[in-house]
Design a protein around this ligand. Structure first.
Ligand code: 3NQ
Length: 505
């Protein structure tokens, strides 16, 4: 009896204390919620998270809150509010929530993508950024050269399919993996390496279970019980770490502090230099492993995914593909292969890539943010510790901002005369913005342009023999992946003839 009275009194006091604390403050409209379970019983939708969040706007407005079990979360569906979170108050919201799945992946918040905002994160990000400059412009190992080399291998692999129906996933994966592998380790994989398929598989498992608000991320105590998804995640992360450790070991043997050639070299050098400095954050082998794995994983999964989305859309819209090819024939022809400076000429290809990034954003909810201080969004108070979901999907499909947002219309990114690229709405940031903006944006854009330009110069894309077009509904995850599909890559007549005449000369 006594204990019941005491608990009731404490609950009442807590309630009054909370009410007093929130006097004069305005919070976003919140979904109904229960103790412990939060809003989960009220969120039983069959839609994928980004679509469900987009639909909830009708009832709750552009910004609303819900309880993910014990975690208070806010969803932002509109670009002006999202820019306030990411840019204007970028630092207030630049942290990441700790979750069981991301802790497993990142060795408890190490690396860059899932680590909390602070001096350590800043230091690793800067190290990556300064390594990018080693691969720019005039350096002998510049990105353009590396990407073109991989584009060439990619096209050769597609040629060898001789126009049969094939799933292009492995070849797209290999091309993106090798570009980022040269940046991280100055090495690359061969197509026949078994590692590639193993990696593709464990990446899929990881993407399907990390930061997806699965039950273990909501109720961490669930990990105390047997859990198939968690076991699979742990096994995949173990494999990922083993593969990365092997790469690191090989590269470490070649390390020379006076000749920094790649990201791993830069990290090893910083580790030696920092060991003499007491103020600088310590660099450990585990931090190095996690930083390289983040960059490697991001580089592979995002680019290969968008290349596949581009191919899929061009299969659905063959008239767009033909127009891009006309432009390539006119501006480049068949006597040379595409280079980065062609970006100013191949406007239709550029606008198509921009449209694919709009209609199927790589990360529909970005990577979740966390308020690291008490702050506000618009007129609403946001307490420290709130999880923030930026719904890039709804921002990119906002009917107030985009004309027929559900339709694939690359020409929306061109001016009236189709002579210049434009950004028709500010409601567009496929690479995020602010302190956590995508660090590899320029590399991703360069890869997408060159890979697609090389493919379209050489091949006609055709629907697979079974007549099935790729599904344009992807699978929600920390990367919005396309469902595997097949297509035919048929060498273009003009390209074949040019090859024949070149070899007969
Ligand atoms: C990767 C592990 C790999 O096995 C699967 C793909 C992962 C999860 C990456 C992740 C880094 C990583 N391990 O640390 C990237 C991520 C989330 C893509 C998936 C990413 C990203 C960047 N831009 C847009 C969307 C996601 C940054 C870190």
């Amino acid at each position: 009896m006594w204990w019941f009275l005491i608990i009731s009194l404490l609950t009442l006091l807590y309630y009054i204390w909370q009410k007093l604390g929130s006097l004069g403050k305005k919070y976003p409209l919140c979904l109904p919620h229960l103790p412990i379970l939060g809003s989960l019983p009220y969120m039983n939708s069959s839609d994928q998270a980004h679509i469900y969040f987009t639909k909830l706007q009708e009832k709750y407005g552009h910004i609303y809150a819900f309880w993910l079990g014990p975690w208070y979360a806010v969803v932002v569906n509109q670009f002006s509010l999202a820019k306030e979170v990411l840019l204007k108050k970028g630092k207030d919201f630049a942290s990441r929530p700790r979750m069981v799945s991301t802790d497993i992946l990142s060795g408890s918040g190490k690396g860059i993508a899932f680590s909390e905002y602070g001096p350590q994160w800043r230091m690793y990000r800067k190290l990556v950024q300064s390594t990018f400059s080693l691969f720019k412009d005039r350096s002998s190992q510049n990105f353009e050269k590396i990407i073109c080399q991989e584009a060439n291998f990619l096209c050769k692999a597609l040629s060898s399919t001789q126009g049969q129906s094939v799933d292009p996933a492995l070849d797209c994966f290999l091309a993106s993996a090798n570009v980022i592998c040269q940046f991280c380790f100055s090495s690359s994989w061969k197509r026949k390496d078994k590692d590639i398929e193993v990696m593709m598989h464990f990446n899929d498992v990881i993407i399907q279970s990390v930061a997806r608000d699965s039950l273990i991320d909501i109720f961490p105590w669930i990990q105390l019980f047997p859990n198939k998804e968690l076991t699979q995640l742990k096994e995949s992360v173990k494999l990922r770490n083993k593969m990365m450790e092997e790469k690191i070991k090989i590269q470490k043997e070649k390390f020379n502090i006076d000749s920094v050639n790649n990201l791993l070299d830069a990290l090893l050098k910083a580790k030696i230099n920092n060991s003499h400095l007491t103020q600088e954050p310590e660099i450990t082998d585990e931090h190095i492993l996690m930083t390289v794995s983040d960059i490697f994983g991001a580089g592979v999964e995002t680019t290969s995914s968008v290349v596949k989305w581009c191919i899929a859309y061009l299969l659905h819209y063959p008239q767009v593909k033909e127009k891009i090819q006309e432009e390539i024939d006119q501006k480049i022809g068949f006597t040379r292969t595409p280079v980065l400076s062609d970006r100013n000429q191949l406007l239709l290809l550029e606008s198509t890539i921009r449209e694919v990034l709009r209609i199927r954003p790589v990360a529909p909810l970005l990577i979740p943010h966390l308020a690291c201080t008490d702050s506000s969004i618009g007129e609403y108070t946001i307490p420290k510790g709130t999880r923030i979901y930026i719904n890039l999907w709804s921002i990119h499909h906002d009917p107030e901002e985009w004309d027929e947002p559900e339709k694939f219309k690359p020409e929306r990114f061109l001016d009236k005369n189709k002579e210049q690229l434009i950004t028709p709405s500010a409601s567009y940031f496929p690479f995020g913005c602010g302190p956590r903006t995508c660090i590899g944006e320029f590399l991703a854009r360069a890869e997408l342009f060159l890979f697609m330009a090389w493919i379209l110069q050489r091949f006609d894309l055709e629907v697979a023999d079974d007549g099935e077009l790729p599904s344009l509904e992807g699978e929600f995850g920390v990367v919005y992946q396309i469902i595997p599909f097949k297509a035919k890559f048929k060498q273009r007549k003009g390209w074949r003839e040019a090859q024949l005449s070149a070899s007969s000369q």
